[in-house]
Design a protein around this ligand. Structure first.
Ligand code: TYM
Length: 339
């Protein structure tokens, strides 16, 4: 072996995605996107704005186009460096949709019927229970398996979809021979499920009708402070992490995630102080933490030429990485070679 040749093991591969359905929430950020940036040095990372997934819910075309560009800029503003990671838009790489069809033939109707997100979304969009909403997890499996990703950084709400992707990979491998890496979820210990500020038994979500329930990462400081001051807590007055104190537990988790403090440190910091003080401290810490993201987003969104260049490079890299996998899948399945 030549002296300069590296003996290091190849980096493990990471894939994750986010829907371009509006500004990311504090839940998206803490549960997923912020961790994406931290993994870039240790892993080979591929991150994607999943616009194909977004159309399972009715989208105005102009709004979707706009939201996709905004989501891409936001992803970079959250710390994804297109020099280090492959950062692209899902519809720019047709291999995802192609693989999704093949995988759908290895996915059972029954297992898709059990997906809680499908049940929730069909209840919320009863006038548009389209087939895409049902097969959504197959496309998500294709996103991941097309890259043979080892790890998938996600919030807790996506674990069931990841389990399905694993099952599909195993089933395909058993039937056609080893083809796909079976991916593992990468769920943060803290903040995997950031809860609504108005109903802390529900996950924080863009689709919440109560404007105070959800913090968006581009909210200005006044808005953030207002939302935290109105956060629902409980009737005792002790800042400590305990079962049954859902509102306080959620605020402590958020505060811990943006300051790096442990639950014990937070308990000591706020001993003998009221919830009012605590909520102000959480609001300030979140606003301070997000200020650089907001500034970076404004800078990037103004530079469309740079964004378009990054998008083009990312799509090309993504296409190249997946074409070979798709050819292998086609051969394994028995499609005639196309010369
Ligand atoms: P999406 O767009 O709903 O959310 C993006 C990421 O944010 C996480 N998340 C949360 N984490 C903690 N607390 C919350 N309240 C919260 N809300 C959202 C989600 O778990 C997710 O990690 N189907 C996916 C997108 C997708 C994908 C993929 C992800 C498509 N293909 C392949 C990973 C790999 C989704 O709708 O995420």
């Amino acid at each position: 072996m030549c002296q300069h040749e590296s003996t290091a093991a190849p980096k493990k591969r990471i894939f994750s995605g986010i829907q371009p359905t509006g500004v990311f929430t504090l839940g998206n950020y803490i549960g997923a996107v912020r961790n994406w940036g931290k993994l870039q040095d240790e892993y080979e990372c591929i991150y994607c704005i999943v616009d194909l997934h977004a159309i399972t819910v009715m989208q105005g075309p102009a709004e979707l186009r706009n939201n996709t560009m905004r989501a891409y800029a936001l992803m970079l503003a959250c710390g994804i460096d297109p020099q280090k990671s492959v950062a692209f838009i899902q519809s720019h790489n047709p291999n995802h949709a192609e693989l999704s069809w093949v995988l759908s033939c290895s996915t059972m109707f029954g297992e898709l019927s059990r997906m809680t997100q499908f049940k929730d979304k069909s209840a919320r969009h009863a006038d548009n229970i389209n087939a895409g909403l049902f097969t959504y997890p197959v496309l998500m499996a294709a996103d991941i398996l097309a890259y043979n990703a080892d790890l998938v950084p996600i919030g807790a709400d996506q674990k069931q979809h990841l389990e399905l992707a694993r099952n599909v990979a195993v089933r395909f491998n058993q039937r056609f021979g080893d083809t796909f890496t079976v991916p593992e979820p990468y769920v943060p210990q803290n903040g995997a499920r950031v809860m609504s500020l108005q109903d802390p038994t529900k996950k924080m979500s863009k689709s919440d009708e109560n404007a105070n329930a959800c913090v968006y990462i581009l909210d200005d400081k006044d808005t953030i402070m207002r939302k935290f001051k109105r956060a629902v807590t409980d009737s005792d007055a002790e800042v400590c992490y305990r079962e049954g104190k859902d509102g306080i537990n959620n605020l402590m988790t958020i505060y811990g995630c943006v300051t790096g403090k442990t639950m014990d440190e937070i308990t000591v910091e706020f001993a003998g102080r009221g919830y009012g003080d605590f909520k102000i401290a959480v609001g300030e810490a979140v606003a301070d933490h997000l200020a650089p993201v907001r500034n970076e987003y404004a800078r990037l969104y103004a530079d469309k030429a740079y964004l378009n260049e990054c998008i083009a490079t990312g799509s090309e890299q993504a296409y190249r990485m997946t074409r070979k996998v798709l050819s292998k899948v086609y051969r394994r399945v028995g499609f005639v070679d196309h010369k």
